[in-house]
Design a protein around this ligand. Structure first.
Ligand code: NAG
Ligand code: NAG
Ligand code: NAG
Ligand code: NAG
Ligand code: NAG
Ligand code: NAG
Ligand code: NAG
Ligand code: NAG
Ligand code: NAG
Ligand code: NAG
Length: 394
């Protein structure tokens, strides 16, 4: 838990959250390679907790130099705790202060089809690795120390990984996955207009019954691949530019902060250069869809709430604050008017300059209470009583 780590990770977030230039990811990687301590003023105010922690640490720097001999001295003793009948805890620390130095090594050590939950406790730091949780490893929890201080980071693109679907920095194929207080980032260069093959997924979640609390998802095009299965996201931070929450999952997003990093659009220009969602429901028979409740959408560019990647694309935003970056038509049918009949795009009780529905596309629906209710209740939407409630009760 060196102060260097905290500072350098805060730089990552500073750059990811604040900059919209096309090469900030490169800057960020360079920065990590050639680390020089930043000034406090370069750490953005959006992470006040990190600043105060840093300030505290700084105060004790001299004392630390003379008394600390071992980098692991700060490490909690007797950690991880011994197994119980229901849970094992594996510990990951990049400085080697406990069981594993990489997240993948910890995942590899989990028993195949273990009925117990394995909590992989991941210390503060940036873990530069591509992580795969295979189908044979259900019941894993990634427990970070905060989404601004613990991150798994890689930089594959569609081109570098046999397609967008395999570009994820973290790919989860197992059921019953949980992540808490950790970030997933893809730091491949942000594609300029018209560039192909540069999609770069931060997290692919392809297992059923997954939950994310207090997590960060950082990328540009195709950040969060909400691929398939039932998923719950609470108090997460999701950043991207084009189709940055996409896939065929059935997912409930609650109290999440959604930030667009699409390029700035000159006032008056008609350009639309991004989309929050590209939900991939292909047929009436599937029942996938994204429900957003009490979220916020802000950032830069001019973007749609969703694009109809597939004909039955289903997305509803409720009680969500939208800034003026939302294009007045709101949604896009992927230039296929046939889809206007089958897509389900709804808004309910949203607020903010971007939530004015006067000029919305004709197929966009202002839902009434009855129509909105299935998209407001996560217990029924993702069958939370069958699985999610057990995650929160222990
Ligand atoms: C754990 O399992 C053992 C062996 O099955 C059993 O004896 C013990 O009572 C269990 N402990 C708890 C806390 O359930
Ligand atoms: C992790 O480290 C603890 C303490 O040294 C040890 O008891 C435990 O068996 C280790 N777990 C694994 C999976 O290596
Ligand atoms: C472990 O995973 C299996 C298969 O996904 C699931 O049926 C079981 O309920 C899970 N157990 C725990 C403790 O989460
Ligand atoms: C990822 O970063 C490494 C190190 O900077 C670089 O060599 C590699 O080309 C990058 N990959 C992609 C797909 O950008
Ligand atoms: C996550 O982090 C927040 C803020 O630091 C903290 O209040 C919360 O207890 C943490 N929760 C978990 C499950 O790690
Ligand atoms: C991806 O590959 C295609 C075909 O080789 C190429 O035209 C394109 O420029 C590549 N994109 C990136 C971002 O490297
Ligand atoms: C809505 O989200 C905000 C944080 O974004 C939170 O403070 C507030 O409690 C949430 N409201 C409800 C009803 O959950
Ligand atoms: C909006 O929310 C308020 C307060 O929860 C509620 O009274 C009202 O019926 C809702 N409906 C619409 C269509 O805005
Ligand atoms: C909504 O947009 C229409 C068309 O631009 C405008 O006339 C109206 O004043 C707006 N309503 C609000 C509440 O801003
Ligand atoms: C809500 O809208 C549906 C579809 O247009 C309609 O059938 C229903 O009567 C409406 N319900 C209310 C309470 O307005």
């Amino acid at each position: 838990m060196s102060s260097t780590k905290l500072i350098s990770l805060s730089i990552v977030f500073a750059l990811l959250a604040a900059l919209t230039s096309t090469n900030f990811h490169i800057l960020f990687l360079n920065h990590l390679v050639q680390f020089t301590p930043p000034t406090l003023s370069s750490i953005p105010l959006i992470f006040p907790i990190l600043i105060s922690r840093h300030g505290h640490h700084h105060h004790h720097t001299n004392e630390k130099k003379t008394t600390k001999t071992n980098i692991c001295d700060d490490f909690p003793p007797d950690f991880p705790p011994p197994d119980t009948n229901t849970t094992s805890v594996f510990c990951v620390d990049s400085n080697g202060c406990c069981n594993f130095t990489t997240v993948q090594a910890a995942v590899d050590a989990v028993g195949v089809m273990s009925p117990k939950r394995t909590i992989i406790w991941i210390n503060n730091g940036i873990y530069f690795e591509k992580v795969i949780v295979p189908k044979t490893k259900p019941n894993i929890t990634f427990q970070g120390q905060g989404y601004t201080s613990t991150a798994i980071v890689w930089n594959d693109t569609a081109n570098s990984s046999h397609g967008t679907f395999y570009s994820g920095s973290v790919q989860v194929f197992a059921a019953n996955f949980i992540a808490k207080n950790i970030s997933f980032m893809n730091v491949a260069p942000i594609p300029g207009p018209g560039v192909v093959g540069a999609q770069a997924v931060a997290l692919r979640i392809a297992g059923d019954e997954a939950a994310f609390w207090g997590c960060g998802f950082f990328g540009a095009q195709d950040t969060l691949h909400d691929d398939r299965g039932r998923h719950y996201f609470k108090e997460c931070y999701i950043q991207g530019s084009i189709d940055f929450i996409f896939g065929n999952g059935k997912s409930f997003y609650e109290n999440c902060h959604i930030t667009s990093i699409a390029s700035l659009v000159a006032p008056g220009a008609k350009v639309i250069n991004g989309a929050v969602t590209a939900q991939g429901r292909a047929s009436k028979e599937e029942n996938s869809g994204f429900a957003f409740v009490n979220c916020s959408i802000g950032g830069s560019g001019r973007i749609w709430l969703g694009r109809a990647w597939r004909p039955f694309s289903t997305v509803v935003f409720s009680y969500t604050t939208m800034s003026d970056i939302i294009a007045s038509e709101g949604w896009n049918d992927f230039n296929d008017p046939l889809r206007d009949q089958s897509i389900f795009y709804g808004e309910y009780n949203c607020t903010g300059d971007g939530a004015n529905t006067t000029l919305r596309a004709p197929y966009a629906q202002r839902l009434n209470d009855t129509q909105a209710s299935p998209f407001l209740n996560y217990v029924s939407f993702i069958d939370a009583d069958q699985w999610l409630q057990s995650y929160t009760s222990n």
